[in-house]
Ligand binder design. Structure first.
Ligand SMILES: [Zn+2]
Length: 166
């Protein structure tokens, strides 16, 4: 499956008592890999699913119902999104916000929620779901999650078809 991804390098957003973190990130925006762990409680590493690329893991326990990370991206209309990706829109980092709008997380700077993999091929059930809260999409834990577990979600039927899954 084709993934449309644009790598962006930025300075870590963490600003502590000793000043702004000087480390840079290309994958874990807005924080460097270390601050992603200490601030958000998650880390990006190769998925346990073969061929899935990077995945997102818990570095601390999460409770059922807890908001794990926000799914961020560029807000496009369905029309704009379809035009941007033409034939293989389903292979992109888009998530429907409503019938009209799509969040496009195609830039690495969109944040780490984009790394949550679909559960197919994981030998596990999804442990998160996407929840729309006032037009912001959150990855929410649907059961208690232990430190070290990979997050999986259910991308939904349309995406499964596009990915060639049943
Ligand atoms: Zn940092």
């Amino acid at each position: 499956m084709k993934r449309h991804s644009i790598n962006i390098t930025a300075q870590c957003a963490f600003d502590g008592p000793k000043g702004r973190c000087q480390r840079k990130t290309t994958t874990t925006h807005p924080y460097c890999a270390q601050h992603t762990q200490t601030v958000l409680g998650v880390r990006v590493a190769p998925s346990k699913i073969k061929g899935a690329g990077l995945g997102l893991y818990a570095v601390r326990p999460f409770k059922k119902g807890e908001h794990v990370v926000e799914y961020r991206g560029e807000k496009l209309t369905q029309k704009e999104y379809d035009a941007k990706y033409a034939d293989d829109a389903m292979g992109s980092y888009g998530i429907s916000l409503s019938a009209r709008y799509v969040l496009d997380a195609g830039k690495t700077s969109s944040g780490v929620a984009r790394y949550v993999c679909d559960y197919h091929g994981s030998h596990s059930k999804p442990n998160t779901e996407y929840v729309n809260i006032d037009n912001r999409i959150w990855v929410v834990a649907i059961r208690d999650i232990k430190a070290g577990e990979e997050f999986y979600s259910d991308y939904g039927e349309d995406m499964h078809k596009a990915m060639g899954l049943k």
